[in-house]
Design a protein around this ligand. Structure first.
Ligand code: MRU
Length: 356
């Protein structure tokens, strides 16, 4: 997708270096950062310079390429794989991508290992783009239906950033929106700010602006009254891990939005590529929920009057705070899962029909 009219992907490989857009600097600064070692990749994931389930999977895949470039040794590679998997706990794409890479790389002792790794990491990215594009085409049908009935702009609420910045291109939740926009269907997006890291305000609104999609940032608590007033036609969110039961882990606050949608008969969709499905865990209580540094809550960052980025404390100095990064939306509150293979019920049967 575009930034200042130029096409970008979120990650690419050039001259033995991985290039990323440093998302901790957006929207105020656009900085392309080089990752040269596996440690750089792990730090980029931990510090959320890259974030979003599919993108951290791709960064981990390229992290293994960098590991081979640094030291072509199987025990170093295995250690790199373990460290990458442990860099963030909730998004299953991380483990999915590392396992997929290691299937190709384990036990390969020839010089060919580097080419094998580069090709597989590239294919993980290409596949994600194809899958996100298909999610868009499948989700577009729902937006078209609403537009046919309504004949005026379709209002879509989204939470966090499940946009192209969270994937390689297109995004998951945003892909149907971009496809509708490109087809000339008027859409307007309610962008949840998504405290504490503000991925909605800083990333979703930013990327929608760059693609000229109409959007309005709202505080996280505003969605409920907008739904009561009939100003939300549908919700689409992303996910970091979807169980075979249809239960969904996503950015903190998603659950409350689903409850409000349920109470107001607003359709609530979750968009995901199959790399985000966890086929092993059967009970959502076992999904590891990331708890991040409470400084993300107590401090905010923004531009000061001289256009310098500044971080300030907004809480009483003595107060404690708690920063859980994800929550679980039970399947019963989800109208449907929009995947690369089609739309299905958020249930074992629904997913089973699409992914045998
Ligand atoms: O903590 P983040 O910014 O990595 O969380 C991102 C989300 O929760 C997204 O909704 C999810 O990863 C889906 S991305 C297509």
């Amino acid at each position: 997708m575009k930034i200042e009219g130029k096409e970008y992907r979120t990650i690419w490989f050039e001259n033995n270096t991985v290039k990323i857009i440093d998302q901790t600097k957006l929207p105020h600064q656009f900085i392309i950062k080089d990752l040269k070692t596996v440690k750089d990749s792990i730090n980029a994931i931990k510090k959320m310079e890259v974030r979003g389930a599919p993108l951290i999977g791709a960064t981990a895949a390229y992290g293994l390429v960098l590991s081979i470039l640094e030291n072509n040794d199987q025990s170093f590679l295995k250690k790199s794989a373990d460290n990458l998997i442990n860099s963030r706990p909730t998004a299953i794409n991380l483990k999915w991508a590392v396992d997929r890479m290691m299937k190709k790389l384990s036990g390969v002792n020839s010089d060919k290992i580097l080419d094998i790794a580069i090709n597989e990491a590239k294919e993980i990215c290409e596949e994600d783009i194809r899958f996100c594009e298909n999610i868009g085409l499948n989700g577009l049908k729902i937006i078209e239906e609403i537009y046919k009935k309504k004949n005026s702009a379709v209002n879509i609420l989204t939470h966090c950033n499940a946009g192209w910045l969270a994937t390689i291109n297109w995004g998951t939740a945003t892909s149907p929106i971009y496809h509708a926009h490109k087809k000339g269907i008027p859409v307007h997006v309610w962008v949840d700010e998504t405290r504490p890291r503000n991925q909605g305000a800083n990333l979703t609104s930013y990327e929608l602006n760059e693609e000229e999609v109409s959007n309005t940032i709202i505080a996280d608590n505003t969605g409920g009254i907008l739904m009561q007033r009939g100003e939300v036609d549908m919700c689409i969110v992303g996910t970091d891990r979807t169980l075979s039961t249809g239960d969904v882990a996503n950015k903190i606050g998603t659950y409350l939005k689903a409850l409000a949608a349920h109470d107001n008969n607003v359709p609530f969709y979750v968009a995901l590529p199959s790399s985000t499905i966890d086929w092993d865990i059967k009970d959502f209580k076992y999904i590891p929920i990331e708890e991040r540094n409470s400084e993300e809550l107590s401090h905010v960052e923004g531009l000061d009057e001289n256009n310098n980025v500044k971080k300030v404390l907004i809480y009483p100095k003595k107060s404690k705070s708690m920063n859980l990064a994800f929550d679980i939306t039970p399947a019963k509150y989800i109208t449907g899962l929009i995947t690369e293979k089609g739309i299905c019920d958020a249930s074992k049967d629904g997913l089973g029909k699409l992914f045998k």
